[in-house]
Ligand binder design. Structure first.
Ligand SMILES: *Cc1c(COP(=O)(O)O)cnc(C)c1O
Length: 362
């Protein structure tokens, strides 16, 4: 069975929107071709709308979501800076590792995997942190962490948020929430193949950018001169933009804006509810309490006596549906069912619920 025949429910390069496929199949422009630069400018504008920000420095970084995480720390952390990081899953853990490698004195604020992080605990963790960092949508657990309260209470700190799995799926409001640095990925709720990391940085954060970060490739001082022509002196070449991927993101954002950001969020919410109610009706137990659940990523406990891997294999082999295994310390304990971007459709939810019923013999 070819990948295009598969009905996949999860992050991955699965059946993108036809517009995205067409963009990938289109002519490959030169990276300095004025026509491409126009596509890039429009992509940045579209990203501003989706992030709900007026930040001038908004761009798709060349690299997957993890490149956005790396760029967010390497450009703003100075040696021994106190950096508060919320940890309630794999990606919060990864933030700690990245921040530490860039010299931060990390203060971890942990919550159980499956529970949200209390914003007051993040705000109280240090009297004057340089950065407060948190994952908005923890893909390893299916938990939504509260962001808004952090923006109003952050004081002098920069607020850094991982929006890899939230952007396009649930409400995101960078400016209203007082977020200073946010990054995302293309292959989650934007429904575009992996390869770019949308990033947005507030002017307040740019005032504190490290002058000569230890990464040349991710140096925002250099990247901003390529992305914007703010000085009127023209763009300065930095590296060759991955033109085909930018064209795909441009198309995917076009689909999202045509549908409407709120309509897309509603579609995710409706599919998430349908899926979660359906799983409960099959007698399965969800990891996260209703108030903190993500619609786009549902964690369901692997029932006692069921072979985790065999069940996932059967779903893929016989029904063309891929669900994720548990990640990190939840490996073997949960399944992660993604319902993101173009896969967030009622028919996909019903197909999964029907297949799950058969595979589990319920
Ligand atoms: C997927 C993901 C990442 C990493 O993105 P990659 O594209 O795999 O590099 C980071 N944070 C979160 C919350 C994610 O879901």
């Amino acid at each position: 069975m070819g990948i295009s025949d598969r009905l996949l429910m999860g992050p991955g390069p699965s059946n993108p929107y036809p517009e995205v496929t067409m963009a990938l199949a289109g002519p490959v422009l030169g990276h300095l071709d004025p026509q491409f630069l126009q596509v890039l400018d429009q992509t940045n504008d579209r990203l501003r709308r989706v992030f709900a920000t007026s930040n001038q420095l908004t761009l798709p970084l060349s690299g997957t979501g993890s490149a956005g995480m790396e760029a967010s720390f390497v450009n703003f952390v100075r040696p021994a800076d106190p950096v508060v990081v919320g940890v309630n899953g794999v990606f919060g853990e990864r933030m700690c590792e990245v921040a530490t490698r860039h010299g931060a004195a990390v203060i971890r604020v942990e919550a159980e995997w499956g529970e949200p992080i209390d914003p007051d605990r993040l705000l109280a963790a240090h009297p004057s942190p340089a950065i407060i960092a948190v994952v908005h949508a923890e893909t390893s657990t299916g938990v939504r962490n509260e962001i808004e309260a952090l923006g109003s209470g952050k004081g002098d700190a920069l607020l850094l948020v991982d929006m890899v799995t939230s952007l396009g799926g649930i409400e995101v409001s960078v400016d209203d929430w007082g977020v200073d640095i946010a990054y995302s990925g293309t292959q989650k709720c934007l429904g575009v193949p992996p390869g770019l990391s949308p990033l947005t940085v507030s002017p307040r954060a740019m005032d504190r950018v490290v002058e000569r970060p230890s990464s040349w490739y991710l140096d925002l001082n250099l990247l901003s001169r390529y992305v914007n022509d703010s000085t009127g002196g023209g763009r300065v070449y930095h590296h060759t933009a991955p033109v085909a991927m930018v064209a795909a993101l441009h198309a995917g954002l076009g689909v999202l804006l045509d549908e409407g950001i709120e309509a897309a969020q509603r579609r995710h919410a409706e599919c998430g509810n349908l899926l979660q109610d359906g799983l409960v009706a099959l007698g399965l137990e969800l990891l996260v309490k209703p108030d903190h659940r993500l619609p786009q990523l549902t964690t369901v406990r692997v029932p006692d006596g069921v072979d985790d891997a065999a069940c996932r294999r059967e779903l893929l082999r016989s029904y063309g549906i891929e669900i994720g295994a548990g990640a990190g310390r939840l490996a073997g304990q949960v399944w992660r069912v993604g319902c993101m971007g173009h896969t967030a459709r009622r028919r996909n939810v019903f197909a999964l619920l029907g297949a799950m019923k058969e595979v589990l013999g319920r």
